[in-house]
Design a protein around this ligand. Structure first.
Ligand code: ADP
Ligand code: MG
Length: 265
């Protein structure tokens, strides 16, 4: 089994504040893994540290297809096949989605005719054709932005896709669409790390493995039973079982329904 992404003893800090505190993870090619964690557990920081956001001081190792990422520039990491789908995609008025992808393709050495063909095919697959001539992420609904992130990843053909909160802030129909898009992108050449706060997307997509992240570490990895445990008892259930204390700054306990769905029941 070839490993798409192998993270060992990753630490990431800003100034004196350590956010990722020794994280290990293995993501094989062809698999979709979910990282689930409460707000503030460091999920976005993990993505930023891997893609190379210079705000963070990072140590440890993260290898893509066996090659170290952490000593490379951001652009080199992208050329190695790393892509991040953002929790909050930036709006770029005046730059058309299609133009952006043609440029990004050119940076990766993909010829114009080849990238245009990929754009056409993937836009049909992800129902993005109507958005190609519109500005990047501008005036898109939450669901459309997330679908666009996955579409862009599919066009650029990453080897490792980091999808940060790809399902947050979406109504249930959009969550379903996003889940289908993640499944669509699954291939033997890609490892996908899908980061989520809620377990509801897991009703529409079955990751090969689920990792629970608390306070900057993966504390537990497993299968669908972990999502069920979270759905029933929230992150407190996992903390209780593993004997992990709740950080003082975290808010008072909430009902599981507060954590896992936008629909009150
Ligand atoms: P998550 O994505 O799991 O909600 P984040 O990775 O965004 O968590 O944040 C983890 C912790 O790191 C939070 O306490 C957050 O306030 C802190 N943090 C993240 N980025 C910064 C930053 N640029 N400056 C200061 N603190 C940060
Ligand atoms: Mg986040």
């Amino acid at each position: 089994m070839t490993i798409a992404l192998k993270i060992e003893d990753l630490h990431a800090s800003i100034g004196a504040i350590e956010i990722i505190k020794g994280l290990d993870l293995e993501l094989p090619f062809g698999e979709v893994h979910a990282i689930m964690g409460p707000n503030g557990s460091g999920k976005s920081t993990l993505c930023h540290a891997l893609t190379g956001n210079p705000v963070y001081e990072v140590s440890g190792s993260a290898k893509l297809g066996g090659k170290e990422l952490l000593d490379k520039e951001i652009s080199e990491r992208a050329l190695m096949g790393l892509i991040q789908g953002f929790q909050y995609p930036t709006e770029v008025p005046g730059v058309r989605l299609a133009e952006f992808l043609i440029e990004a393709g050119a940076e990766r050495g993909i010829e114009r005719s080849a990238i245009e063909e990929r754009i056409r095919v993937e836009a049909e697959r992800f129902t993005m054709t109507d958005f190609l001539d519109r500005s990047l992420n501008d005036d898109l609904s939450g669901g459309e932005k997330k679908r666009s992130e996955i579409f862009q990843a599919a066009v650029l053909g990453p080897r490792v896709a980091l999808l940060d909160e790809i399902d947050s802030g979406l109504d249930i129909d959009a969550v379903k669409q996003v889940a289908e898009a993640v499944e669509e992108m699954r291939s033997p050449e890609i490892g996908t790390l899908m980061i989520t706060h809620y377990s509801r997307i897991l009703r529409y997509l079955t990751p090969d493995r689920i990792h629970v992240m608390l306070d900057g570490r993966i504390v537990e990895s497993g299968g669908a039973e972990l999502a069920e445990e979270l759905e029933d008892g929230g992150y407190d259930a996992i903390r209780d079982r593993l004997g992990i204390e709740k950080p003082a700054e975290e808010e008072a306990p909430k009902k599981p329904s507060d954590f896992f769905t936008d629909i009150p029941f």
